[in-house]
Design a binder for this molecule. Structure first.
Ligand code: SAH
Length: 235
């Protein structure tokens, strides 16, 4: 048997509403908080009993947004500037023979809300709506390997980008009591320079927009500086 069918056990609610600006791996932006909403018939308290004893979880998920785009044996990791090719199994690219992703996230809380079983998680790198196939506790004694080699991605990406905010943007962030870390979150998302590699070479001022949570964020990039011009609430 060479085909297997899986059941989606839940879906992700994520601040990242589009692929653009999602960090390349989990844990890079701890302020990104979301939820895993367990789907029926798995929404049974018994299924997560004991899970709170673990600080982190592995999530196995479907790259649902790009799943129908197929795959190729070699990919160009953005980390290498988008020009060097590596074998798909030597990368964490989304275009794989089986469009399955793997992310470790922090487990903040398990809650029941309006009859829904919800795992509150943070540090995620997942698109809103991502279907989850499995949850496994992270086991530090086996999963944490400090002497492991990281190939072409041996250290977390860093940039020289700086970020400033207009007065409107700063005040807007301060008013969001439901998202007390919103300003730091936005700053970290921009600091990683989400632009595609070819745009990083362009001269002059560039204008960008994105949605995080239900906020529309507009900013400009000039050299190595991002300036958030305006944040508005989506209706
Ligand atoms: N940690 C995972 C994901 C790495 S790729 C793994 O190693 O398997 C990270 C990229 O996946 C993000 O930049 C984002 O653009 C993309 N991504 C996240 N959720 C996705 C989804 N549901 N469908 C397609 N792409 C997704």
């Amino acid at each position: 048997m060479n085909e297997y069918q899986f059941n989606v056990i839940g879906h992700i609610k994520s601040p990242y509403k589009q692929k653009f600006a999602i960090p390349r791996q989990p844990g890079l932006i701890p302020e990104a908080s979301g939820q895993l909403v367990i789907a029926a018939p798995f929404n049974d308290e018994a299924i997560v009993r004991g899970i709170e004893a673990f600080s982190h979880l592995w999530l196995v998920f479907v790259f649902h947004e790009t799943a129908d785009k197929g795959w190729s044996p070699m990919v160009r990791p953005p980390r290498l500037g988008g020009n060097t090719r590596k074998g798909v199994f030597a990368t964490r690219a989304t275009f794989r023979p089986n469009p399955i992703g793997l992310s470790v996230v922090k487990l903040d809380k398990v809650v029941w809300k309006n009859g829904q079983l919800i795992l509150e998680i943070s540090g995620l790198d997942l698109l809103d709506g991502t279907p989850i196939l499995d949850i496994k506790p992270y086991l530090p004694y086996s999963d944490a390997l400090p002497s492991a080699k990281g190939g072409f991605a041996d250290a977390a990406p860093s940039t020289a980008m700086t970020v400033s905010m207009s007065e409107q943007a700063r005040i807007f962030c301060q008013q969001q009591q439901q998202h007390p870390h919103l300003q730091v979150f936005i700053e970290k998302v921009l600091k990683q320079d989400p632009r595609p590699p070819y745009k990083k070479q362009r001269e002059g001022e560039q204008h960008y927009g994105m949605t995080l949570y239900d906020f529309n964020i507009k900013w400009t990039v000039n050299g190595e500086h991002n300036h958030v011009t305006e944040i508005t609430q989506l209706l």
